[in-house]
Structure formats: C-alpha cells, structure tokens
Design a protein around this ligand. Sequence first.
Ligand code: FES
Length: 141
Amino acid sequence: MCGKPISVAEAERAGWIHLGPTNLLGDRDLMPIVVGRKPLILLRDGDRILAVERACPHEGADLTLGRCTDGRLFCPRHLASFDLRDGSVSAGWSFRALRLFSVRATPDGLWLSMDDGPPSPKPTEACSAADSAQDRANGHV
Ligand code: FES
C-alpha cells in the first residue's frame, strides 16, 4: 500500500493547501504525502477523505503500513486502532489521540486544512466558510 510520498503545498486558499486532483488517491485507501516537511497520510474512509499524521503516537510506527477498516486506522506494530472521527485510540491504550486533518474535494482538486482537530463532518461547509472569507478578502462579496 505504501508508495513514494508525494510532496504538496503548491497553493493555498484561506488556510487550505492544494493537494492535487480529486482522484489523487486513485483506487488506494491510503497514501503517504508530505506537506511542507510534515509527513501525513491521505486516506479514504468510506466516501470521506481525510489526512492523519503518519507516525503512530505510541512508538512512531509508520501508519501507512497499517490498514483502514470500518472507520478505524490500525497500527501495524502493536495493532492499536484509531477512530477516524476524532483520532481516539482503542480501549486498553493510554497514549494521545492521532491527529486528524480535514480534506475537502472541490472541482479544482483536494484541499487540506492543517488546523489540528477533528475533521469537519461536512467538509463542504468548511469549504464554503473558507471561500466566503477568501471572497471577502478579495472584495468579491
Ligand atoms: S507503535 Fe502503534 S500501537 Fe505501538
């Protein structure tokens, strides 16, 4: 499942970083990306796309070697899993949650927000708010 990480961050729009075309994942469920110098994983959870940090918060295992099933990302080393709604770790573990980042799809591609926190359940709303702020900044509203 791992491939060569891609480097992104060519363009920004009101705090959103352009990752690439909407079909960037192709038929993969997850792929490593690098944004700035930050290693992340772009992944598909059902019909939702989001990004997470690449290193497991436990002992730093590469989560691109794990698997994504039923809304959870499983670490390949000790098999803890992370809830992809909020990053919380499975029962029995006591380390911090996995950091999640929102990704939204627009006609011009995938956009990432580096704001730490649970991804918006409705990325299009976050998109609209960001676009409105950008429009106001550009004097288009
Ligand atoms: S390194 Fe991921 S659960 Fe231990």
